[in-house]
Design a protein around this ligand. Structure first.
Ligand SMILES: Nc1ncnc2c1ncn2[C@@H]1O[C@H](COP(=O)(O)OP(=O)(O)OP(=O)(O)O)[C@@H](O)[C@H]1O
Ligand SMILES: [Mg+2]
Length: 240
């Protein structure tokens, strides 16, 4: 699958946040997006997924050459797009197993209950999550790190083709950063998915090898380079 973002301009609440973003990601490629707080990274991921609060005013978002503008988020997910939220929502009363089962069924992938439970068990083990977490409501009362790991578990179960991870390392302890990085790398090796990872820190890249690092500032990509750019930003900040 190929994701292309062409000269994307987008507004939130009547304010222009994205001011002409160009980005292209193919199968198996691993891209990193960095940028100061408020530069538009989450807005870009919301636009890719089709969040209704983001209004595209110019440009296009294409999956395999076809525009997805106007397509609702669930349809984009069905095509193989997956977004890890920066701040996952809590839904009390929606059981984890029920939620994961519905998410899989919506992708029209038939999985028996037994296989689903086996996948969940293996997923929680790989992420070092307590097994009893699966008996709880979606993210309800989960710690910050548990919520972020739960998003990675969903990604592994749903096996998307194009993944946007919005700060998967935020709020994670040093060991958890490594565990999440290993899970994402293993997933990519198995699935050959394209990945766009948003982060503020070079640490997670100690365990993963991106090909490209892009820097978003004030709604525009202002710099692109290899992984060394992430280290440079960690050292010197956004002074180019
Ligand atoms: N619902 C909203 N109403 C008003 N402004 C918004 C809304 N959502 C986002 N914005 C504004 O859009 C700008 C970009 O926000 P965004 O969340 O995309 O930044 P970010 O790059 O993800 O930052 P961070 O690194 O802090 O996560 C910010 O100035 C933010 O206040
Ligand atoms: Mg953000």
């Amino acid at each position: 699958m190929k994701l292309e973002i062409r000269d994307l301009h987008a507004e939130v609440e009547g304010r222009e946040v994205l001011k002409g973003v160009n980005l292209s990601i193919r199968d198996g490629e691993f891209h990193v997006l960095m940028g100061p707080n408020g530069s538009g990274k989450t807005t870009l991921s919301s636009a890719i997924m089709g969040h209704p609060k983001v209004k595209v005013t110019k440009g296009d978002i294409l999956l395999d050459g076809k525009s997805v503008l106007g397509m609702p988020a669930d349809k984009r997910a069905k095509l193989g797009l997956f977004l890890e939220f920066q701040n996952p929502v809590e839904i009390e009363g929606l059981g984890m197993v029920n939620f994961l089962n519905s998410a899989k069924a919506a992708q029209s992938e038939r999985t028996s209950f037994k296989d689903l439970m086996a996948e969940i068990k293996s997923g929680t083990e790989k992420l070092h999550l307590k097994e009893d977490i699966i008996g709880r409501s979606l993210n309800h009362g989960f710690s910050g790190g548990e919520k972020k790991k739960m998003e990675i578990l969903q990604m592994r179960l749903l096996k998307p083709k194009m993944v946007v991870l919005d700060e998967p390392d935020s709020g994670l302890d040093v060991d958890a950063v490594k565990i999440v990085a290993e899970n994402v790398s293993e997933f990519q090796k198995e699935s050959k998915a394209g990945i766009l990872l948003i982060t503020h820190y070079a640490r997670i890249l100690d365990y993963m090898k991106p090909q490209h690092v892009h820097v978003l500032m004030d709604g525009r990509i202002v710099k692109e380079d290899g992984p060394a750019l992430a280290k440079e930003i960690e050292k010197n900040g956004y002074k180019f």
